[in-house]
Design a protein around this ligand. Structure first.
Ligand code: PNW
Length: 489
């Protein structure tokens, strides 16, 4: 048996040797010849001004849920409702970043991060959703931003990462009401007036589909509703309207140099084979599958195909709404995790979605299918379809079991594998000239993963929730090396 195997191997290597000598002879004649194994200086090297950083969100990391005048949000209510989150865990304490932000800024600094994306808790600023602002709330974000800047890290702030003030849910039905959109505009204008002297980049919303579809249709996220289609589409419309009102209010209240965008987890279409007509099909799919959010924001018009498909359930809106929704942006943030495979089809829409076979690999979170090329296609699609001048990858990362060894280390080679492959495809996008300016890894540290609560870890730093001690995982050392070399390692 062993003999057989080695003989087969022997034959193979003979063949390879013959090929090698043939190509060496040909190569010697060519000026382009180079020795096997010569490192290529530009291999996976990023442009000099490319920005590397990390992202988090208020309810997932801050804790201090009842401090300094913060009002409750729908996530406080939801996580305190039995049966809604893993083991009924809540964000009451989370990573306690509200008290430990100085330490966390040092964690960023150690990595060499140049940018940090955090979100602002609306109910810290307006405990009742509207009305009188709570100064102690905004002061926290001023302190955090100052601390980041003092350490050479540029703050990027998200205004809404799902923690709607409970008061607005109770009073007007949250995103079911235009009043919530108006209230969001007022909140955004206020934040811009208080923070734009030190924060120069803002995102209005994070992931429309997550807080609307998971919160108001599936009920897996706060506020846990399952609305019928017409009411759901109206909630979607109110959310994009809120984004537009916020852009306008911020333009009116922020310092002149302020840049405004949003962070959207668009459905990222990937052609199943990189060839026409699948590439064309994935372009069409990108517009259609994002019709209710990103497409209307970028194009100022709901696609006819979308309105037609929704029929009597289509949202009600005015031409003025569409103008507000499509207020010009300075950049676009895209959160990229799993691919959506698309193939060309002889159908009215011109594409079909190819569902993952049950053997398709995913990370610990079972929705997180592994498709590194989605980072390339996401960037290319938004640049080509909507002419976006500046793109940030506002989230990318993965969960892992992250077993802590007795000596306090986590060898998360699965996360490193994931990131290395994804960022290599980002490199392809950048080297083909798509205008990606920076990358925020999700996440700086383990945190409250929504309905999965503390059962899913996404951090570069392991958090011991008993002691609040942070441990750099192997991936933190890896990311630090990547940042210092500005290249995939
Ligand atoms: C994003 N899915 O959420 C969020 O912006 C983060 O707050 C979150 O922690 C991170 O990704 C990791 O999950 C998502 O079910 C939540 O497809 C769920 C899904 C996608 C993104």
């Amino acid at each position: 048996m062993q003999n057989k195997v080695s003989r087969r191997g022997f034959g193979k290597s003979l063949g390879a040797a013959a090929m090698l000598s043939a190509s060496t002879t040909a190569g010697a004649a060519s000026k382009r010849a180079r020795a096997v194994g010569t490192p290529q200086p530009n291999y996976y090297q990023f442009p000099k001004n490319f920005l590397w950083g990390c992202a988090t969100a208020a309810y997932q990391v801050e804790g201090a849920a009842r401090e300094d005048g913060r009002g409750p949000s729908i996530w406080d209510t939801f996580s305190h409702t039995p049966g809604k989150t893993f083991e009924n865990q809540t964000g009451d304490i989370a990573d306690d970043q509200y008290h430990r932000y100085k330490q966390d800024v040092q964690l960023l600094k150690w990595l060499g991060a140049k940018i940090y994306r955090f979100s602002i808790s609306w109910s810290r600023i307006f405990p009742e959703g509207t009305g009188k602002p709570n100064e102690r709330g905004i002061e926290y974000y001023q302190r955090l931003s100052d601390e980041l800047r003092a350490n050479g890290i540029e703050p990027f702030a998200t205004l809404f990462h799902w923690d709607l003030p409970q008061a607005l849910q109770d009073r007007v039905g949250g995103w079911e009401s235009r009043d919530t959109a108006k209230a969001f505009g007022e909140y955004a204008g206020y934040v811009a007036s208080k923070l734009s002297d030190r924060v120069h980049h803002f995102f209005t919303m994070n992931e429309f589909s997550s807080f609307i579809d998971l919160g108001y249709a599936e009920g897996r996220f706060a506020p846990g509703l399952q609305l019928p289609p017409a009411r759901l589409n109206q909630a979607r419309h109110n959310a994009v309207l809120a984004h537009g009102l916020a852009v306008q209010a911020m333009r009116a209240n922020a310092k002149a140099a302020t840049k405004i965008g949003l962070a959207e987890n668009l459905t990222s279409a990937v052609p199943v084979i990189e060839a026409e007509p699948h590439i064309q099909a994935s372009n069409k799919a990108t517009r259609f599958l994002n019709a209710q959010y990103l497409t209307v924001i970028m194009e100022g018009k709901y696609m006819d195909e979308y309105l037609h498909a929704q029929g009597a359930n289509a949202p009600k809106f005015t031409p003025e709404d569409l103008k507000i929704i499509s207020s010009p942006l300075d950049f676009l943030g895209i959160n990229i995790y799993q691919p959506t495979y698309i193939r060309a089809a002889d159908s009215p829409l011109g594409f079909v979605r190819v569902k993952e076979p049950s053997s398709f690999p995913h990370m610990l979170s079972n929705w997180l299918f592994i498709g590194p090329e989605v980072l390339y296609w996401g960037s290319r699609h938004v640049a080509e379809i909507w002419n976006v001048p500046e793109i940030y990858i506002t989230e990318n990362g993965c969960s892992s079991t992250d077993d802590l060894t007795p000596d306090g280390h986590v060898y998360d080679t699965d996360r490193i594998m994931f990131l290395r492959n994804y960022i290599s495809k980002l490199h392809r996008a950048v080297s083909e000239g798509y205008p990606v300016r920076g990358y925020f890894l999700w996440s700086l540290l383990d945190n409250f993963e929504w309905a999965d609560a503390y059962s899913r870890r996404f951090g570069l730093y392991y958090v011991d929730y008993e002691t609040q001690k942070r441990y750099p995982k192997e991936s933190a050392y890896w990311y630090r090396e990547l940042i210092s070399r500005n290249a995939v390692v």
